[in-house]
Design a protein around this ligand. Structure first.
Ligand code: NAD
Length: 425
């Protein structure tokens, strides 16, 4: 059957179109010429593969997979692989571009990429997923490589799949090449500090923003939407800095405590209850989970899913500062309302880039054949995040634009300048 591009979801702001809207504003601020604009917005390479896999019952199923390399202007491309039934080429294209801007904003020598396989891993055995991962690796053997394109986990994949990918790639080369992929288990060359890296970057961004706004962290209150990897670590690290976390939430609901939530207790509870907060008694269940976003707090951290701050609730937001842990939590239409209200937003491509920063450290360590201590990883990651924040903040002052547009300006300018110096395309 011929490949058919799925239609966009109607009546919902597409987070990727939202991203392109911001890209366009930043390109205009920079006075980017049409030629460079067209180069930067088009993916460098798009690969579609069909992967036959023997299932446990002996039948053969063919899975469709993608890999999009958006840009290799700054260096080898970097980006996750998602296993999801709904993944489609246009989505992967947009996510690959997103990676280009994210790496550029934190000044990491990587381009952007993304991959995906149309499958439901929750309905497959470990053996089936392993055979699928190995088939995908072989099909993309000429695309992947530590100096070419470096995958990482994304939705539906984790250290286990990265280990299989690394092993399959290494077998074809006749030697162990662990730098072909990041997000590996620690014993295979994963980096210390990767698990908490994104939440730590959110904390560092929030602290830097509070300083600019003249807010004392020990007097500040916060609400965190999403209590998974990013949300729970961001909440924990801010809590350790003295910020009072009044609200947290996950798929089971939102939880509020006027006196501040004991985040250590909430994490212990979550770990003991299959990763969920349901039944947590350290806070009261809010009547409507969405009320967390508009609750009376100083700092709002959306760290769950995309498109939660929209024109439907933006004017009711009371926080002075929003730090975006999730990718694309704010729709482009909501930006205008938020800016008019004078709320500072540390955008996703800056605030959640701590994860890709430590992935980069993993690759560096693999290439050195050396392991850094947790202290070294933490110190270097915090410095990169602080420097990136300062650069974006200063750009926002210089161009008199919100931090989000400033982050795109920093990223696009870096890639555009590099492209011009390299020339010859
Ligand atoms: P995760 O799966 O560990 O956690 C997601 C959390 O959000 C869970 O607690 C889940 O219950 C909750 N959630 C889901 N839907 C919700 C809803 N409607 N309302 C409230 N809570 C809801 O995922 P994660 O790794 O923490 O990722 C969260 C976001 O951060 C995603 O947008 C992801 O793309 C982004 N991100 C993650 C990383 C990383 O390193 N993990 C890096 C960059 C960006």
């Amino acid at each position: 059957m011929a490949y058919k591009e799925p239609a966009p979801i109607k009546d919902k702001e597409n987070p990727f179109e939202s991203m392109m809207e911001r890209f366009n504003i930043a390109a205009e601020c920079l006075g980017l010429d049409d030629d460079t604009y067209n180069v930067l917005k088009s993916p460098a390479r798009q690969v579609i593969v069909n992967l036959p896999v023997t299932m446990d019952d002996g039948s053969v199923r063919v899975f469709e997979g993608f890999r999009v390399v958006h840009s290799t202007i700054l260096g080898p491309s970097k980006g996750g692989i998602r296993y999801d039934e709904g993944v489609f080429l246009d989505e992967v294209k947009a996510l690959a571009a997103w990676m280009t801007w994210k790496c550029a904003v934190v000044d990491i020598p990587y381009g952007g990429a993304k991959g995906g396989i149309v499958c439901d891993p929750t309905k497959m055995s470990a053996g089936e997923i392993e055979r699928l991962t190995r088939a995908y690796t072989l099909a993309l053997i000429d695309t992947f490589g530590p100096d070419q394109d470096i995958p990482a986990p994304d939705m539906g994949t984790g250290p286990r799949e990265m280990a299989w990918l690394m092993d399959e790639y290494s077998k074809t080369k006749g030697m162990t090449i662990n730098s072909v992929v990041t997000g590996k288990p620690l014993v295979l060359g994963g980096s210390l500090g990767r698990v908490e890296a994104t939440g730590r970057g959110v904390m560092v961004s929030a602290m830097a923003a509070m300083e600019k706004l003249g807010m004392d962290p020990t007097q500040a209150t916060a609400a965190v939407q999403g209590f998974g990897n990013v949300g729970s670590w961001a909440a924990k690290l801010l809590y350790d800095k003295g910020v009072k976390i009044l609200a947290i939430s996950d798929v089971t609901g939102a939880y509020w405590n006027e006196n501040g939530i004991d985040i250590d207790a909430a994490i212990d509870y979550k770990n003991a209850h299959k990763g969920r907060l349901e039944g947590f008694t350290g806070a009261a269940l809010m009547a409507a989970p969405g009320d967390l976003l508009t609750s009376k707090v100083d700092i709002l951290i959306p760290a769950a899913v995309e498109d939660v701050i929209t024109i439907a609730n933006a004017d009711k937001i009371q926080a002075k500062l929003i730090v975006e842990g999730a990718n694309g939590p704010t729709s482009a239409k909501a930006d205008k309302i938020i800016n008019e209200k004078g709320i500072m937003v540390v955008p996703d491509i800056l605030a959640n880039s701590g994860g890709v920063t430590v992935s980069y450290f993993e690759w560096v360590q693999n290439r050195l054949g050396y392991k850094w201590t947790l202290e070294l990883v933490t110190e270097r990651a915090e410095r990169i995040m602080t420097d990136a924040f300062e650069k974006v903040y200063n750009t926002s002052i210089k161009h008199n634009v919100p931090m989000r547009i400033a982050a795109y300006i920093v990223a696009i300018d870096k890639v555009a300048q590099t492209y011009k110096f390299r020339g010859g395309f």
